[in-house]
Design a protein around this ligand. Structure first.
Ligand SMILES: [Zn+2]
Length: 246
């Protein structure tokens, strides 16, 4: 027996299977990440096949059997295809980086409403051009890190416990976090963080406006977060989408 599940989902990826079918990775509201087979999904007559594309927000119905690795998609309806994202290269790059992170790092068959809502919210914000995509990506990355259990704390120096303030260059250690300017001077081997970069990180953490910062600085922080993630997650090879669209 299998259950019939009706839920919302974001399409993470799609590959061809056999002559006419596709295998699709979905991030669903009901079950988190899972894979479904879309039988006949590549036929020109398939209404479902046409709307199943990466990034699309769908309502789906599938047959679920926990003993099976692949579930069977029965129907799908389009809720949004984020048309503005797909018309802009930068927005596409960062949105694909977001779904890639979820595909690579979120566990299978484990529902997480906070992550599902966070994913939809950030895609909507990129689509509505609330802020430059690089900044929205950075905001998502910080949120995602804390969902994975690697929250970045910026308040206290990890060596001496003093408050870290942005008036001088401070340090960053991939293992443990931020290092105050005094400890940064007296120790070696840490990443250097300029006062401007630290202020940007502070604004992102505090959910404040980032208008005065430029995209290059934001990208520097995104690279730092990617390295932080690589340091903590075994086998994580970095975010391919950021390379492809460079
Ligand atoms: Zn210190």
């Amino acid at each position: 027996m299998s259950d019939i599940i009706k839920t919302e989902a974001v399409v993470l990826s799609k590959i061809n299977y056999g002559d006419t079918s596709s295998i699709v990775s979905l991030y669903t509201e009901s079950d988190g990440k899972l894979s479904v087979i879309v039988k006949g999904g590549r036929s020109s007559k398939s209404k479902t096949g046409k709307i199943i594309d990466p990034l699309n927000h769908l309502q789906v119905i599938f047959y679920k059997k926990t003993s099976r690795e692949l579930q069977i998609l029965s129907d799908a309806n389009l809720i949004s295809h984020f048309v503005n994202i797909k018309e802009n290269l930068d927005a596409t790059k960062y949105s694909f980086a977001i779904i890639e992170l979820i595909k690579t790092l979120s566990p299978e068959n484990e529902s997480n409403n906070k992550l599902f809502n966070g994913l939809l919210k950030i895609l909507k914000m990129i689509d509505e051009k609330n802020e430059a995509p690089a900044f929205l990506f950075g905001r998502f990355l910080l949120f995602f890190l804390s969902e994975l259990g690697y929250e970045l704390s910026i308040n206290k120096c990890v060596i001496c416990g003093k408050n870290v303030t942005p008036d001088q260059t401070v340090g960053f250690d991939f293992q443990s976090g931020f290092i105050c300017s005094d400890c940064f001077v007296s120790h070696t081997g840490f990443e250097s963080i300029s006062p401007e970069l630290f202020e940007l990180i502070y604004c992102l953490k505090a959910n404040k406006s980032t208008k005065k910062f430029n995209v290059d600085l934001m990208d520097r922080f995104n690279l730092l977060l990617e390295r932080y993630l690589k340091f903590h997650v075994n086998d994580f090879k970095g975010i391919q989408s950021l390379q492809i669209y460079k």
